[in-house]
Design a protein around this ligand. Structure first.
Ligand SMILES: [Zn+2]
Length: 191
């Protein structure tokens, strides 16, 4: 399946037809998890999954993987298309396999990785995607969050660290496997 060319809305999520528009992706995923999904949420998920495959860890992978992680609640509660779910899990598993083999220098720096559990809500997790593509955006986001008083914000390097991203992929895969099990044998069922 060549989802990259089949997803009609892909230009909405690219800058100059080429680079990931992380802010648009963040908005769309935030909409998905707050029940205001974009026009073609399933198409967007397949496209994000396809784009994640083969991404260098220091490139778009942090934003793409975190977007799929944040979107997992949409997948758990709304998605009922087995092919879309398989696209997500396949890309996350491949990313996890690659990232978990790379070093994480933060074993003794506990605050480096963001801790999503400490944050307010899934929509906020999704909004964080916009800050992962560019350090200036991250700094701006960090300043806003400091005012909000939430903990577990992490550092720019920590938010893009392979060890952190591999852990996000594992958590998402576990939640998605649970969702798939609840659909039953057939898949494609209407909940
Ligand atoms: Zn790390």
């Amino acid at each position: 399946m060549s989802a990259l060319t089949e997803f009609a809305d892909q230009d909405d999520y690219l800058l100059d037809g080429d680079r990931l528009n992380a802010a648009e992706v963040a908005d769309a995923v935030a909409g998905m998890v707050s029940d205001l999904p974009p026009g073609d949420p399933d198409g967007l998920l397949v496209w994000l999954a396809a784009r994640l495959r083969g991404q260098a860890p220091e490139g778009e992978a942090p934003a793409l993987l975190t977007a799929l992680y944040a979107a997992r609640w949409y997948a758990v509660h709304r998605l009922r298309d087995a092919e879309v779910l398989e696209a997500m899990t396949g890309a996350l598993a491949a990313a996890e396999a690659e990232l978990s083999g790379l070093p994480c220098p933060h074993a003794e720096d506990e605050g480096a990785h963001p801790v999503f559990d400490d944050w307010a809500d899934p929509e906020q997790d999704a909004g964080f995607v916009a800050a992962l593509q560019d350090e200036a955006a991250w700094e701006e986001w960090h300043e806003e969050m400091a005012g909000a008083g939430d903990e577990g914000r992490g550092t720019w390097e920590g938010a893009r660290c392979p060890g952190h991203l591999a852990a996000l992929a594992r958590e998402a895969l576990s939640d998605l496997a649970g969702a798939r099990a609840e659909w039953g044998e057939d898949g494609d069922t209407q909940a």
